[in-house]
Design a protein around this ligand. Sequence first.
Ligand code: HEM
Length: 225
Amino acid sequence: MTKNNQKMVKRFSKPVIIAHWLNAGAFFLLYLTGLPMYTELFDWVYVVFGGPAGARLVHRIGAVLFILPVVYILLADPKSFFYWIKQILTWKSHDFQFFLQFPKEFFGGHAKVPKQDFYNAGEKLNSLLAIITTIMLMGSGFIMWFPAYFSQSMIMWAYPLHNIGLGLSIAVVVGHIYLSVGHPNSRVSLRGMTKGDIPETYAKDHHGRWYDDLKQDGSPKKKQA
Ligand code: HEM
């Protein structure tokens, strides 16, 4: 594959791309419909959804859509899903060294970031935090949705847990979006999550260990997620 004379390598499969954007869309829908429940500043959102009842209904639809990608990817491309899980649970010295160099790279300096896996250490951390905050939000949300099935103390804990999960997930997502669309060093990655491929030079510079495996196998498709 070539684009503007650049050699490209396959990065994400179609099901991974669909699952990612379904998850992202559901996140923003949940965020939007949840905002007026926190502050009057966003009361206009109720108008958009036809009143508080409408916004609450769409919030519940968003919650179902938020977990749907997991079911979908398990059916459509389980290999990529389990590869992701295995990667984010595997931490070696090059992952820890990443964080020592990352601030320099983030602020435009020339950092000596050690070769990274298919998912670099920042993406592994992003993934783990996304999973943790999703469990917090889903678990507490489920209790709030069906309070009749839970004890008074569980319901009491669900509300602050939902707020903490929300605050954490927004911080994580803001950083993730900035690195994917704003930061000059990493915004090339967006093509991987839209068209499914990235320039070979980017793979080599940002995911060196994965790139070396690709070269060794001689078949990029074998290692794609
Ligand atoms: C406008 C919004 C978003 C953009 C532009 C975006 C962009 C991207 C890109 C480009 C990648 C692939 C990075 C790579 O090559 O490895 C990615 C991966 C990922 N995204 Fe998103 N994303 C968005 C929203 C979200 C949201 C809302 C979530 C979760 C709630 C999320 C969770 C993830 C996870 C867990 C990964 C895999 C790990 C990683 O690469 O960090 N994304 N995203």
